[in-house]
Design a binder for this molecule. Sequence first.
Ligand SMILES: Cc1ncc(COP(=O)(O)O)c(C=O)c1O
Length: 439
Amino acid sequence: MELTKSRELFDRAVKSVPGGVHSNSRYRNPHPVYYKNAEGAYLIDVDGNRYIDCIMGNGAIILGHNDKEFNDRIQYYSRSGIVTGVETELSIKTAEKFLSLVPTAEQIRYTNTGTEAVMHAMAMSRAFTGKTDIAVIEGAYNGWHDAVYVSTWPDLLKAGDRTEPKSLPGASGLIDEVVKSTLVLPYNDLEIAERLLTVNKDRIAALIIEPTMIDIGYIPAKKEYLQGLRKLCNDLNIVLVFDELLTGFRDSPGGAQSHYGVTPDLSTFGKAISNGYMLAALAGKAAIFETVTPGKGTCSFVGTYNGHQVSLAASLAFMEIYEERQVFKTLQTRTEKLINEFARLADKHQIKARIQGRGGHFHWYFTDKEILDYRSATQSDKRAYANFIDAFIGTGVYCSPNYLLHHAISMEHTDEIIQQLVEYMDVSLQHATSIKAGL
Ligand SMILES: Cc1ncc(COP(=O)(O)O)c(C=O)c1O
């Protein structure tokens, strides 16, 4: 694949942009690829290479790139000329539409990023319970701030026993005392959660959890686990926060909370909420929103770009089209096809591997062991994944070289494109088996 122009852009970029990227996750060795346009399911780079996009803005772009009807509706809804800093009828209409799709939520406030929505959830939980500390799930990513960027993809040599995981900083630059104050729980283990939360009940204000862990692939929660956490949080006066940044509008129309039938106190949404525009939200119980309601609470909730009108226009346009085109149903059928076809191919090539996914999100695990949490996910064979994914990327698919990340398709990933992906997976598995056999 010719990447001369990307290389040139990288050499230029590093002088003004650290590492040549504005988000470290976009960095690739030996240099990132730079893109010039996107259409449907495809990304086109500056050298003219065309890729089937299987990352889709980290799951955010769910209708597909540059959808004409979506673009037209954004223009229509943002025609007022108002950009940000004031409230409009659009601010209310978009909130109402969201609440009609996610009926477990009583109220909503819009922010710009998921990181901000999570920060507000933490502050409101502290104000609501009078407690200070946060509990997170080992391996989960809930944004990059001090209280939650803890034990995110931790080094297992440093992470301690799984029954009592250590609180490790996700990066340098975090406040050590805050990191240490965060309680870390393994995923899908109610017994350990019950013990650790009970012992720490006087200090834990909130437990934040992805109802399906997607940042390390695709690991669904057991239903009884989420139900047990719901009861536990009620009993211990802990605010239960579902991080639905990735599951929202993909795991089911009402979020993973409606798929599981478990109602959190608060939940964070983003990404697909506006089909890739910059918008996130905090939704949940009116009683907890009182902490930020003027005249009722004293907790802060401010931001120049909160409820940004162009992003709200995008969200309203997206939610309308989402219903009209039955997006969830189509994505689910296509994801099932990827899962089933990959299972057939893994069998054919005698490789212990599978795809896990739902609603357009998916990931490959190279193991036959059950994956329940971060530690079991790390048992996926890194080398086998690398051999497969190198060949898969070589066929012209944009996907992640990291064996513990996630992938996504959109409505533009038609049955024909899915079939093409299946054929590429076949060739790539063949390549991985040849390497394994030393051929
Ligand atoms: C589950 C989850 N929570 C929170 C975030 C943070 O969202 P943002 O990148 O919009 O700050 C992300 C982003 O990848 C995420 O995947």
